[in-house]
Design a protein. Structure first.
Length: 615
């Protein structure tokens, strides 16, 4: 029996004791993070699937996992040999979790069995599920055969042996020279935003929001400089709930200087019970259901709960002048590392050894990381590098392992999606690189992706437009060819924080968050043909003013990323004059910015990579 199937058996024994018909494992933690500490990776533990997004559902007789297109191929491989059935989100015919459970439990109820077999109760851990997620799931389960939801059980406490502890690494100060705004000023802005929402206080649960507010950073989550905590704000007090072992003397002194009380992480429940203001704002997408229920049960909170989006979400997405300068500095360093890497990569194929020995996907990752680490203020990668060669480039979030690692060859495309955490900014860049001769199909998809990328870059739009309204520009030429991709086209980027920052984004699905000047956002369309090839091109952009007219304030995008885009795969006849002009202008800017920081050989390589493209 596989390890995963043994874990399922352990879970099912517990479910029978608890008279549960099913249990749901989301990908989140008590703070609704996208990337989470190992302690809360319950979905990965119970399924074996390690992607960042997915939900595992287990009944007494079956199991299924829902994930999006980024992970279809990886999930199929990781779920092989287990009880799990893969459910592909956004694919026609894929049932929702509630629909699937309704059918599964109905079928087994008709067949008869134990009391657990005929139970209509479904479990989920209320600590690791947001308020809105529980409310939506409760309503959907009720519609599917009158199923009910129980939120007060964490089965992992009993079946997960040697479970990793909650992280205890120390946190550090994020200096004003990079933050650009003091914690006192941020708290004043937050309190004003709460007054505007007629809220006396709030519980902040999102780890990146807390880190941004307090100008502190940590290492509790892989690649994301955040720390496990809660922050409770009232009109007079601020309390940070955190394990005391994480506080260095310098951080403790800093918190005292800024009037921030400290209490143990697990005391947040008591803190909410002792909260005596008129009402409290709880973001239903960020606060977990268990804490929400604790507040709801309070008898001394006459104004109740204000269920609105945390004002901090949008505050931190609009970068101040210091943060913008930090992004430019980080992108310059990243561009230097990228040019050094691309020159090195070219040399592996233009001056091969005898017999030829080419780098592998993993060694490419290691080389680029080492070059980034040479740059000032480098701290870490910002996410696990995606280095997919050939057919692996068609796996949207492919991560090479010793078992899957393959050598590159002097033909085809390498898709390289990577980024770094510098103390002054976070980077995210994708380049698809020709390693030699290409097929007509590889050239076609590369060119379509580049056209979509450029169409976003040259867009002008009124302030307040949604990313959903702009997303079509990246896809329109692909759609004419019957091609598409199912992931978003772009996401916000934090200031030495999470590489994925919202709520603004480019996406097909309706996302109403407005785009305003000062936001950072990526532009990363792609095409993926399983078993054949894939391509993606990505820059990180800054939203800046364009012009004011009688119709309002208009904005445009400025590319922050400094790195040449490979011209070799381009089918020039597919490009418009405007697209070619943008590419030539971009390459001229990259050359001007990076050349002073390169050796003569590196500068010459860059000059050749940036020569103008002629229509």
């Amino acid at each position: 029996m596989s390890t995963v199937n043994q874990r399922l058996e352990d879970l099912r024994m517990l479910m029978r004791r608890e008279h549960l018909a099913a249990f749901i494992f989301p990908s989140t933690d008590p703070h609704q993070g996208e990337y989470i500490p190992d302690h809360w990776k319950g979905r990965e533990f119970i399924s074996g699937f390690n992607g960042s997004a997915g939900t595992a559902v287990v009944t007494l007789h079956s199991a299924a996992l829902w994930t999006d297109s980024r992970y279809f191929l990886a999930a199929e491989e990781q779920l092989r040999g287990t009880d799990y059935q893969l459910m592909k989100l956004k694919i026609e015919g894929t049932p929702t979790i509630a629909q699937w459970l309704g059918k599964q439990l109905s079928d087994h109820s008709v067949a008869g069995g134990s009391s657990a077999d005929t139970s209509t109760e479904v479990g989920i851990d209320g600590w690791c599920s947001s308020v809105n997620a529980v409310k939506e799931l409760t309503a959907n389960l009720r519609r599917e055969g009158g199923l009910t939801l129980r939120t007060n059980l964490d089965p992992l406490r009993q079946i997960w042996r040697n479970r990793p502890p909650i992280p205890e690494q120390p946190i550090e100060l994020f200096p004003m020279e990079y933050a650009g705004e003091s914690v006192k000023d941020k708290l004043a802005r937050i309190r004003q935003a709460l007054r505007d929402r007629h809220a006396d206080g709030m519980l902040m649960a999102a780890l990146d929001d807390i880190a941004w507010t307090l100008n502190l950073r940590g290492t509790d989550v892989h690649c994301n400089p955040v720390f496990v905590s809660y922050l409770l704000i009232s009109p007079k007090d601020v309390t940070l709930y955190i394990n005391n072992v994480k506080l260095t003397p310098a951080v403790s002194a800093y918190l005292r200087e800024n009037g921030i009380r400290v209490d143990a992480y697990e005391n947040v429940v008591r803190g909410l019970k002792d909260y005596f203001e008129y009402n409290i704002l709880l973001d239903p997408d960020e606060v977990n259901y268990t804490l929400y229920q604790e507040v709801k049960r309070k008898q001394n909170l006459p104004g109740g709960i204000v269920e609105e989006e945390s004002p901090v979400k949008r505050m931190k997405t609009v970068k101040n002048a210091t943060e913008i300068a930090g992004f430019r500095s980080a992108m310059l360093k990243d561009g230097i590392a990228m040019v050094k890497f691309l020159k090195w990569l070219d040399e592996q194929f233009t001056t091969p050894t005898t017999p030829p020995v080419y780098p592998t996907e993993i060694s490419v990752d290691q080389k680029l990381t080492a070059l980034r680490a040479e740059q000032p203020l480098y701290r870490d990668i910002s996410f696990d590098t995606i280095a997919g060669y050939g057919t692996h480039a068609a796996i949207v979030h492919y991560e090479a392992t010793p078992e899957t690692d393959i050598p590159l060859e002097p033909h085809g495309l390498l898709l390289l999606d990577s980024g770094a955490q510098y103390l002054d900014g976070t980077t995210d860049i994708t380049r698809t690189i020709a390693l030699g001769p290409l097929t007509d199909l590889e050239k076609q998809i590369y060119t379509l992706v580049l056209k979509g990328h450029i169409q976003i870059e040259i867009c002008k739009f009124p302030s307040g437009a949604s990313g959903t309204q702009i997303d079509i520009l990246a896809r329109k030429d692909m759609w004419r060819e019957g091609l598409n991709y199912l992931h978003g086209t772009g996401h916000g980027v934090g200031t030495y924080l999470n590489v994925h920052e919202g709520p603004h984004q480019f996406r097909m699905e309706w996302k109403p968050a407005p785009l305003v000047a000062g936001m950072t956002i990526t532009d990363e369309p792609g095409i993926y043909l399983p078993g054949r090839c894939g391509a993606r091109t990505e820059n990180t952009l800054l939203i800046v003013p364009y012009k004011d007219t009688e119709f309002g304030h208009f904005l445009q995008f400025e590319p922050l990323t400094l790195c040449p885009i490979d011209k070799r795969p381009i089918i020039v006849s597919m490009m418009t004059a405007e697209e070619i002009q943008w590419l030539n202008d971009y390459h001229q800017m990259v050359c001007e910015r990076l050349t002073p920081h390169l050796t003569a050989d590196e500068a010459e390589w860059l000059r050749q990579a940036c020569t103008p493209l002629i229509l």
